[in-house]
Write a protein that binds this ligand. Sequence first.
Ligand SMILES: [Fe+2]
Length: 250
Amino acid sequence: MRCAIVSDIHANLEALEAVLEDIRNRGIREIYCLGDLIGYGPNPRECIDLAMRHFKVTIMGNHDQAALFDPEGFNSSAESAIFWTREQLESRGNPRQNEKRWEFLGELPRRHQEGEFLFVHGSPRIPLNEYIFPEDIYNRRKMERIFQLVDRYCFVGHTHVPGIFLESGEFIEPADLSGGAYQLPDQKVVVNVGSVGQPRDGDPRACYVILDDSAITFCRVPYDVEKTIEKIYRVPALDNFLGDRLRQGR
Ligand SMILES: [Fe+2]
């Protein structure tokens, strides 16, 4: 299996376009997406259109679900962004295209299993909403329960913090791999692929993963962050903080 795995695009068109180009340049054709196409960012329609065209599989994220139904447990800037996103998808642009996008979002699966590989947005236990943070390696009980639900390899997003969780209790940061490929070991593994459109590990570049048989590589792609920030500033319903954090990757 040779593919790219992306997640948490959050309506950031500049980041998504840069990542798609990077994937194309590497000759990779299959792209899996772990959800949160929308929410926070200024280009929800464009990002859904690219997802429909380019992704082989897209999983539902909590922000995708919030746009479809109701935002629960969101802070006020995330909630305001969701209501604005919904308005963009409902009342702007071509009605037929709007309908197609809603249908696509509504039919997204919550999990996808392919051979030894499981794909979810948050965690195998609570697919849309559970966070698995790096510090959870110290919460043995939580990690044991999560690994019980993994056959072999599980790919997640949701925290926007890339890295590899080993069943033995370690967390490997991409920085430990210095840009090289990591051969998945002979034990259960959960890989967080990071975020395309809103990285939160202190590196503002878009993040995604390449899976090549059982080796994974974390890829970072620079994009025009200032252009995205400018768009966010121009929309009153999108908190300026949502732009500022892109510059810092926080
Ligand atoms: Fe997200």
